[in-house]
Design a protein around this ligand. Structure first.
Ligand code: IPE
Ligand code: IPE
Ligand code: MG
Length: 252
């Protein structure tokens, strides 16, 4: 039987950058007769396991969407509970992340976060800044539209100050002002929880990512699921607009 047309004769290496929309904590909690926050706590355990799996697989960057620009609209109890949970998790996990050579980086509108959380984030980023085994990017108070707007604003300020001319604003310059500047774009996007949408995640950076959707709720997304997502990625032929024959000629 001939392989599906999207399959590559040579399988892809592991993705350098995996981004995950960790969705389904609330539904997991409801299914277990628990409060939504218990679902988020269970989700933290999965996030920790995903970081370990990423390290073991040799991934360079793992980006986790933990709280979106739109999530501020949730009930205050849930928002406050999540902020407290982020503070607690940073405190508890930092030694372990550092010992494993993981560099931590937060992307998002951090000025909207509670002061205590901002301080913990800054301390964690400073402490792990020289680590090079894997970068763990936490997207908190993050939105893809926010990201594009803040990049546009900074470029406009530089143009007004005469540091750059409008003609200097090309794709590379915009990319250097986005939150993920300096990191490769995600090769693979995983979304758990059954929805097939981007929900204002990395709008620019996902332009050529492979998309993997699973119905598994985030707290149930185990090592097998992670391995299945990586296997899916390794079966894709990445053409970036070229023909399959062109890509195969380069690979030979
Ligand atoms: C994702 O799980 C975590 C956050 C958005 C903070 P949800 O809380 O969205 O879970 P569901 O979609 O309601 O099940
Ligand atoms: C996306 O999940 C955001 C995070 C996982 C942090 P949501 O649950 O907020 O997405 P929508 O609202 O269903 O699109
Ligand atoms: Mg959700």
């Amino acid at each position: 039987m001939s392989p599906p047309s999207t399959a590559s004769p040579q399988s892809q290496p592991v993705p350098r950058h995996v981004a995950i929309i960790m969705d389904g904590n609330g539904r997991w909690a409801a299914a277990h007769g628990k409060a939504r926050l218990a679902g988020h706590r269970a989700g933290v355990r999965t996030a920790r396991a995903a970081a370990r799996a990423g390290l073991a697989a040799g991934i360079d960057v793992l980006t986790l969407f933990a709280f979106s620009s739109e999530n501020w609209q949730r009930p205050a109890d849930e928002v406050n509970g999540l902020m407290r949970l982020f503070v607690e998790v940073l405190q508890r996990e930092l030694d372990d992340l550092h010992a494993n050579g993981i560099q931590l980086r937060l992307i998002g509108a951090r000025e909207h976060l509670p002061e205590i959380l901002r301080r913990r984030i800054a301390a964690a980023e400073a402490r792990t800044s020289a680590n090079a085994r894997m970068t763990l990017v936490l997207a908190v108070a993050y939105g893809g539209r926010w990201d594009l707007v803040q990049a546009a604003r900074r470029l406009a300020a530089k143009a007004r100050a005469g540091e750059i001319s409008p003609d200097d604003i090309d794709e590379a310059a915009l990319g250097r002002h986005l939150a993920l500047a300096g990191l490769p774009a995600p090769d693979l996007l995983i979304r758990t929880g059954g929805e097939r949408r981007i929900s204002n995640f990395l709008l620019w950076d996902l332009a050529y990512s492979e998309l993997y959707f699973t119905d598994a709720l985030w707290p149930d997304f185990g090592a097998d699921e992670f391995a299945a997502a990586l296997a899916f990625f390794q079966g894709r032929q990445r053409r970036f607009g070229r023909t399959g024959a062109q890509v195969e000629a380069v690979a030979d």
